[in-house]
Design a protein around this ligand. Sequence first.
Ligand SMILES: [Mn+2]
Length: 398
Amino acid sequence: MEALRLLGCKTQFRMLVRKKSSFLGAWRLPGTFLAGRLESPCSQTSQQVRAAAGSAWPGSLPGARSRFCLKSVSSERFAPRHFFSDFNIPPSAEFVARPVGVCSLFKLPIRTSAEGLDAAFVGVPLDTGTSNRPGARFGPRHIRAESAMVRRFNPSTGADPYHSLMVADIGDVNVNLYDLKDSCRQIREAFQTIVAGGCIPLTMGGDHTITYPILQAVAEKHGPVGLVHVDAHTDTGDQALGEKIYHGTPFRRCMEEGLLDCKRVAQIGIRGSSYTRDPYKYCWDQGFRVVLAEDCWMKSLVPLMAEVRKQMGDRPVYISFDIDGIDPAYAPGTGTPEIAGLTPAQALEIIRGCQGLNIVGCDLVEVAPMYDLSGNTALLGANLLFEMLCVLPGVKTT
Ligand SMILES: [Mn+2]
């Protein structure tokens, strides 16, 4: 009843936990279901109130009830050891309906910068580098929408990412849909800012062009990186239609600029027809490990990943995952599909096999949602991003 008095309105409580001067709960206001932490305004400065409102869960209405602020998404957690976490914890669908809230990845809080974050999800809605079907500009939005199904813990690996790292969705990089090179500049500058403070970017593409400017920023911070690259294509073409920058060339451009530690590059799931007899020669000449799809068929990739971990060592590694590495039966929503690809289970083996590596960034690219009306490609993309989050350095496993 004390809480009802504090709220000062007709309120139905689903749950209420009291500790010191804070109340943790989920409650209903007219027309809007909110979840968060209530704090007495007298214990906060106006600056703290503003800061708390800025970190409010995207489904809430920061400042809508001015006597109290809604802080973080930390709510309705029953397990006592999770109470009053200062981390950003996505709400549980046990208390907040999945379709409720402004759409963000995994229903995380939306932030406007990477400041103070250990890892940040960021969208790059660019598809003007595609050679066949466009549509990956809509990848980030659909991945966010489907990500409402992804929960907090990873019982398969024991990973507990949200109580280990401060994570948020920092929205999308603005791009110039009428000038690909200018888009690359915008992406590079945005990622320079993201990585400057040590935040690890987890990027939703966008077509694979975006990995080139991202790696420019990442390598500027960390030096040449090792690369775990899952894809149907090597993306090491030199040019097409006279253009050096599109989604078939990012890793050749990266090589030319010394952004990759070429002995620590593994390309997995490569397949498809070719315009030349020896399509992998460039990669082999650079010292890349090229793992063809047919060498993965009907196999566990756990032994392969043990070798890849040895190849990567303890120096910085970037994971670039093109959804077309997966077979189009599972991931038809992409622009340049190739038959006979990897399975989702193999994708999990690859990403989980990266646990323990010094990962400094990840991306999941080429989801073009309109070619998959089921939404399964975007759902798969969202789950792969969660798996990437789960293997970042510093994530505790239980
Ligand atoms: Mn690609």
